[in-house]
Every structure is written in C-alpha cells, then in structure tokens.
Design a protein around this ligand. Structure first.
Ligand code: ZN
Length: 503
C-alpha cells in the first residue's frame, strides 16, 4: 500500500540505525520517471512531448528532454541542421541503421541511458545522485523509441520507473502532417514504410515497438491529448479517484482470458462487451474439448498441443515443405531442399495458419456466448489482444459485432483486403455500415492492476474522500533503488542494534 511522501523519511540506506526497518526500505523508493515516447512517422510526437513536459512541470517535476535523434547525429558526428525535412529523416534513419549494425540493437537506448546519467549529475551533482533519485521528482523524456530492443533495455535498467507512451494517429492524418512539412508524396510513402517495419534487420521497427506501450494516446486534438497525458500522470501517482474506461476494462478482460491459453505459438485473448459495459463472454486460443469449450488444466483427458506431439501447424508446414521439395527434385532442380525452404520463408506459405488445432480467441468468445447464453452477439464490442485474422474477421462480421478493439498488429491477417465491404478502420474507408476495427487507447493491461488497484487510504475517519496531490505521492508501481540483498543487510543491522540496546 502506498503512503504519502510526508509520512516516509527518505534516507541513505546505511546512514542511520532505526527501529523501523519497513520505513527505512520505503524511504528508498525512487521518485524519478523515465518516459519513452513512440509513434509512427508523422503522428505528432512533438505535440505529445510538449504536453508531457508541460503537464509534468505543472505537477512539480523537473523535466529533462532527451532526443535520441540528436544523440545519433552527435555520436555519428553528422550535422543535419542544413538538411530539409525529408533529407534529415532519411539521413537519421541511415545513421540509426548503421549504428545498430555496428554496435548492436541496444545502442540508441545505451546512448540515452548515458544522457540520463549525465543530465542527473549536471543538475544534482555526482555525490548526491543516489539520494536525488528518491528525493527529487525528476522526469526524463526519451524522444523517441524506434526499436523493441530499446524498450527492453529501458525496462531492464529502470524497471517500474520506465513507461512507454504510444501515440496513435490515422495514416491519412500522418501523410497530411508530413506533406505540411514539405515532403513529396512519393518520399512520404518510403519513409513511413521504412519507419513502420524496415526490411533491414538493423532498421526501425516502430509498429512492433508501439504495441509494447504502457499507455496509448490518440492524437485527435491538443486538448484531448493534454487531458489524456494528465490522466496518465495522475494514474502513475494514484491520485484523483480514477477508474477504468469501458475499453480499458474490456481489454483487461481479454488479456486476462489470454493467460489461460497453453498454445505453443502465442497467447491471445478476447472479450465481448455489451452496450452497457458488461462483459458477456471471454475467449482464448486453445484446443476444443468434446462437449463444448476448450481443454483446461482440469480436463480429465487434456489433449492440448503440449500433450499431443507439439504444434500441428508447424508439423504440417514442414510436410508441405517436403512436398514442394519432392516436386522440385522431380524437375531435377539443384538445391531442392534450400529452394523449398526459401519458398516457405519468402511467400505467403509462411503465413499459413489453418493447420493449427486451436480455436482462435475471438471465435471462442463468440461460440461461448452462443453455447452458454441467449444474449446474442449483435451490436456488441469485441476486444482482442491481437488484430483478428481473416478467418475470425469474417465470423465477427457474421456475428453482428459492431466494433473491434485490438492492441497488437497481426501481419498475417488479410481481414481488410478480403472484407473491405464489411470491415473498416478509422483510416480505411470508415463507415457506419461496416464493423469498425480500431486501436486500443488507454492503460495497457500490464499496468492495469497497479494503476487501478486500491493503493492507499481513500477516506478519512469521518468517511470523507481523501484527495492526494501528485507532489505528496509516490508512484503506485513502486521501484526501489536497492537490491533485496541490501535490504536484508539493513534489517540485520537494525536487528543487531536492538539486541545491543536490550542486553
Ligand atoms: Zn483468428
């Protein structure tokens, strides 16, 4: 349970002996924030950065802004100031690719970590840097993250203090934004695609990075964005009595359902919500059981894939590869095995999913509703942790679902290509006569329990609500500065002092 900052005395861990070991440890909670921004090219990261800095400063934070593109240019000793916008984007993408190729995929994040340390020492001085982490509210805005490896390093270093904020904007708005920057149409397509998913393995992978966000913001207009950023900062500190939106609640149910899946490939979850916000069904991807539903850990004859010769989709794709190889050999082609491998990896064959034994999460949710209730699916919203495949998509349409909300993209899905007469996206022929597939906005499921859980006393002795300020609050997802070994030593130090006093 979180306490107000004034109740806890921040200390250097070994400086004093006390009778309250818990208080000693609580005093070692960090008050720093590391906020990584991520958004596709043209999504308006500059506005998000400005709002984030403004809102954090309003709430008593000292803010440092770290631009990774500046670090890349500086480290590569290239001056980009005289270039036009397209040349600058292109040059920075080239430099970033080269840096990752030469120094590994973590290099941009490593440079940012160095910058965080240098900034801290420049403000607070080297000798006090340890104490400043738990006494000064300081936020470092990392602008911006382009590769999943960078997210991984920030999480490893800063743990709970690191938050990734994902910015969402429709493709048409992003294109217009880049046009307004004076970039030619043919160049816009090139830099957007390279930014989204570079063919170079050392290149930018923003689509994959974006889905790792802890909080998703839609760039609709400045006021909406500011309100969303303020809500995010309130949630980090557990203030203002905030509860989940319908979408956050629906996605958390979907995520929770996904955890029941034992699929060897991936865990996917879905939930269906009615107009009033009630969850009326959930689903996960796994193997069906006789009598209805899917196998569970309590099934008497559990024949999920871990218990039945592994992944059958992989097995049948391997059999298909052998069939291709046999045909190539029949025509006396050299390296038939290698060629068959290439065909499986470089064609749509790599996307084959129909040999899987699993019922997909979306289908499981729809079938569960049909099997267990007479409520019906028409007009409801389906939440899914991953964008639906084209097979599920057509069942979602047939079920009368009105809206689909998802987090992860799914490259294998041809939902929009095959069913654009009945499915739309906010940036792809939106229409009230089609099922709307749209990105999730709000708190990602992985932070949901921390942000919305009861974290400290909410009412006073008279039962009146207590309102806390951000200035007096620690983060609800606590990050301690030391290892458990350090706390063990501290507790033993305090214990020994008690014996010396008592003896
Ligand atoms: Zn599916």
């Amino acid at each position: 349970m979180a306490d107000t900052a004034e109740n806890i005395i921040p200390v250097r861990l070994s400086s004093t002996i006390s009778s309250d070991s818990v208080n000693d440890i609580k005093g070692r909670r960090s008050q720093e924030l590391i906020v990584g921004l991520c958004g596709a090219m043209g999504s308006g990261i500059k506005s998000l950065k400005e709002q984030m800095i403004l809102c954090l400063k309003q709430n008593g934070y000292h803010v440092e802004h770290i631009r990774i593109s500046d670090l890349i240019a500086e480290f590569s000793k290239v001056n980009t100031t005289s270039l036009n916008n397209y040349q600058r984007y292109n040059t920075l993408q080239d430099l970033g690719d080269k840096l990752r190729e030469t120094h590994g995929h973590f290099i941009c994040a490593e440079l940012a970590v160095l910058s965080v340390q240098e900034r801290r020492e420049a403000i607070y001085g080297n000798d006090t840097s340890e104490l400043t982490k738990n006494t000064k509210k300081t936020a470092y805005i990392i602008d911006q993250i382009k590769h999943p490896s960078e997210v991984e390093l920030f999480h490893q270093v800063y743990k709970n203090n690191f938050y990734q904020v994902g910015l969402l904007r429709t493709v048409s708005e992003r294109i217009q934004n880049l046009k307004d920057e004076g970039i030619e149409s043919e160049n816009i397509t090139k830099i957007i695609e390279r930014d989204r998913k570079s063919k170079n393995k050392n290149g930018q992978q923003v689509e994959e990075t974006l889905q790792l966000a802890d909080y998703f913001v839609k760039n609709l207009d400045t006021d909406v964005m500011r309100r969303s950023v303020l809500r995010f900062i309130d949630l980090i500190h557990g203030v203002n009595h905030i509860t989940p939106s319908k979408d956050e609640s629906g996605m958390y149910s979907a995520y929770s359902a996904s955890l029941g899946s034992a699929c060897l490939s991936r865990q996917v979850g879905a939930s269906i919500m009615d107009f009033n916000g009630n969850i009326i069904a959930t689903g996960r991807n796994d193997v069906p059981a006789f009598g209805g539903g899917l196998y569970t850990s309590e099934s008497s004859k559990d024949k999920r894939c871990f218990n039945k010769n592994g992944c059958h989709n992989d097995r049948h794709k391997s059999l298909l590869k052998n069939e291709i190889k046999n045909i190539l050999e029949k025509y006396k082609l050299k390296d038939a095995d290698h060629l068959a491998d290439e065909i499986m990896k470089e064609t749509k064959a790599k996307y084959l999913i129909e040999y899987s034994r699993a019922v997909h999460a979306e289908m499981d949710a729809i079938v569960s509703l049909a099997r267990n209730t007479n409520i019906g699916t028409t007009g409801n919203t389906l939440y899914c942790t991953t964008y639906p495949c084209h097979v599920c998509a057509r069942h979602i349409v047939a079920a009368g679902i009105k809206r689909v909300v998802y987090i992860e993209p799914y490259e294998k899905s041809l939902a929009l290509q095959l069913h654009d007469d009945t499915i739309c996206q906010p940036d792809h022929s939106p229409s009230s006569d089609k099922v709307l597939f749209e990105n999730f906005e709000g708190v990602a499921p992985k932070r949901y329990a921390k942000f919305f859980g009861y974290n400290r006393k909410r009412k006073d002795a008279q039962g009146k609500p207590i309102n806390y300020s951000i200035e007096e609050s620690y983060h609800v997802d606590t990050q301690y500065l030391d290892s458990y070994g350090d706390y063990e030593s501290k507790v033993i130090q305090n214990l020994k002092s008690k014996f010396e006093i008592n003896i």
